[in-house]
Design a protein around this ligand. Sequence first.
Ligand code: NAD
Length: 268
Amino acid sequence: MTRIAIMGAAGRMGRVLIQAVAQEEQAELAAAIVRPDSSMIGVDIGELAGLGRLGVATLGDVRQAADDIDVLIDFTTPALTLDNLAFCADHGKAIVIGTTGFSEDELAVLDGYKERVPMVFAANMSTGVNLLVNLLETAARALGEAGYDIEIIEAHHRQKVDAPSGTALMLGQAVAAPLGRTLKEHGVFSREGQCGPRRDDEIGFATVRAGDIVGEHTVLFATEGERIELTHKASSRMTFGKGAVRAACWVADQPADRYDMQDVLGLK
Ligand code: NAD
């Protein structure tokens, strides 16, 4: 049985994660953490997620649960995730990180914990998107070298704070790598005014923010005469929740290292 703590339990993903852990027989909901100034501290975890009473009170500090948990699931903010990594390193815990929007400096700090913490870090925990990453590597090899233009279009709900989405960047990375391109050099993240025709080797990103869209990504390969579009649409956050719980049960038994969902799903 894997004892799981949910960080940011009051957030959009936090509530879904509580439900996902409750549905998994191999996992136990051991703690739920909210902001230290939250009025929800002390509230029953199950009631927080609309599941009825589960008998576990919400906490304002993960250190209070240090003896009761094996793995943290963290879908919060980059700053809080880095604090939680320090906690995991000090207390011998594993972590599943779904947070997106890290700067390059923050990513370097995150990566520095891989010798001390077993971690799964993935901008998208859904099985479908991770399969899409595999399909894209094949498509990029076949089409990118044949001169097809590559563009990535993503849409999310109006509250999302980072752009383009971590998933769009992950998909961009999946098409860039087999073509020997990098997003730093070939990624085009905005176009406005007289920006001229596109370069052959650029990888363009376009972002939509509207309403309650859970997450949609299309990778478009286009040339004269045809286009291919590979699209993933998430219709419920539960797809991320179930993936994260699967990752938590998996990483609890792994040695310290940085893993992704391809490792968890055996797609490598
Ligand atoms: P949200 O704003 O609803 O939730 C974030 C939660 O973190 C909030 O409840 C907030 O109170 C909490 N938080 C922030 N600072 C805190 C602190 N110091 N202590 C305790 N709690 C704190 O956002 P969300 O939609 O749930 O998304 C969270 C993150 O997960 C984003 O980065 C998003 O992009 C990412 N996400 C990833 C996936 C994936 O599959 N990897 C899927 C969906 C969302």
